[in-house]
Design a protein around this ligand. Sequence first.
Ligand SMILES: Cc1cc2nc3c(=O)[nH]c(=O)nc-3n(C[C@H](O)[C@H](O)[C@H](O)COP(=O)(O)OP(=O)(O)OC[C@H]3O[C@@H](n4cnc5c(N)ncnc54)[C@H](O)[C@@H]3O)c2cc1C
Length: 380
Amino acid sequence: MSTTHFPIAIIGAGLGGLTAARVLHVHGIELAIFELEASAAARTQGGMLDIHETNGQKALHAAGLHDDFLKIVHEGGQAMRLLGPDGTVHVAEEDDGTGGRPEVDRGDLRDLLLGSLPGGTIHWGRKVTGARTLGDGRHEVTFADGSAITTDLLIGADGAWSRIRPLVSSAWPAYTGISFVETDLFDADTRHPRSAAVIGGGFFIALGHERGVLAHRESDGSLHVYTALKADEGWLDTVDFTDQAAAKAAVLAHFEDWDEGLRALVADADTITSRRIHALPVGHRWHRVPGVTLLGDAAHVMSPFAGEGANLAMLDGAELALAIAAHPGDTEAALAAYEEALFPRSEESAAESAANLDTMFGECGLEQMVAFFTSGPAAQ
Ligand SMILES: Cc1cc2nc3c(=O)[nH]c(=O)nc-3n(C[C@H](O)[C@H](O)[C@H](O)COP(=O)(O)OP(=O)(O)OC[C@H]3O[C@@H](n4cnc5c(N)ncnc54)[C@H](O)[C@@H]3O)c2cc1C
C-alpha cells in the first residue's frame, strides 16, 4: 500500500482535534484529521458540557464560531442543586442567564465544529495503531487497515489512551480510585417526574459518606446520572452490566442509607453502564520532540471534577493552531511556544481536579462543597 504525505496530521476528531483543525482552516493552513470512528454519526456523543469564558469560549472566538455556539446553548442549564444523602437541599440556584458557563450538548458542539470544516478534512474509520519518527522531524503513522501516512507535523488529539503520546512521554493514565456507574432516564418529565424534580433544570450533585451522584438534565429532556464511589479498580468487573436488574442492585447496595428519591436515579433508570476514572500525573510534561505534540486528554487527561477537560482540549487546539499560524515555516518555534503555555495551564487544572476529587469524596465532602457554593464568588 502506498504512503501518502500530509503537511499536518491531527489524530482524533474529538473537541480538541476539531478545534485545532477549525482554527488552522480559518488561517488558511492545510491539514487532515484521522479518526477511528467510521463516521460522524457512529456514536452518540451525549452529555452536557459547561463551556467556560476563560478557555472553551475563548477557543470558540478564535474559531469564529462563538455566535453560532450561543444559538445551541441549553437555556436554563446553568441551574444547579446540591443535596445531602437524606435528600435535604443545601444549595439551589436558578439559571438567570448571567452565569459565565453556558451548558451545551456535547453532540451539538461537535456538530458545530464538524460543519465548519471543508468536506474531506476528516478521514473516518482510520484507527492509528502506531507511529514512529523518521528522524528528521517527520513521522510515519500506521493504521489498523494496514495503510500508513507520513507527516511534517503530527498532532496527538486522540484522547486518554493516545497512540501518539509514547513518542514524547512514557506516562500512562492511572486509576484515580473512583468508579462511575452511568444511568439515563429518558423523557423524564413524563416518565420519571420525581427524578426530574430532584435533578432540576441543570446540574445536580448529591454527596455523602465518600460517595456521590452527579447528574445533568439534558437538552432532550432526559436525565444523565453519574453515580460515583470509591472502589477497587476491579470492582466494576464484579458487576454484570448485561443484567440491568442485577447491576442496579449491586450499585444500590452501596447507597442503602440514601434517600429513595436519590436511589430512584439508579433504580428507575432506562440504561446502565460503567466507567473507571483515570488521570495522568498532575504536571505531566515532556521535552520537546521535533515534529510532534499533544493536546487535550492525550496531554493531560484528568478526573472530571473540575469540569475543565473539554474546555482545555478546545483551548489547546485553538492555541496550537494560533501558534502555528504565528510562526510560518518554523514548526519548532510554534510547538515550543504552545507547550510553554500548555504545561502550567494544564497542571493548574489537573491539580484542581485532583483536589476536588479529594474534597468531594472525603469524609466532609458535603459540608465542604456547601461552603464552596455558599461563600460567594470569591471562593469559587
Ligand atoms: C464522565 C466524564 C464527564 C466529563 N465532564 C466534563 C465536563 O463537564 N466538562 C469538561 O470540560 N470536560 C468534561 N469531561 C472531560 C472531557 O470529556 C474530555 O476532557 C474531552 O473529551 C477531551 O477532548 P479530546 O478531544 O482531547 O479527546 P476525546 O474527546 O477523547 O477525543 C479523542 C478522539 O480521538 C479518537 N481516537 C482515539 N484513539 C484513536 C486512534 N487510535 N486512532 C484514531 N482516532 C482515535 C476518538 O475516537 C475521539 O474521537 C468529562 C469526562 C468524563 C469521563
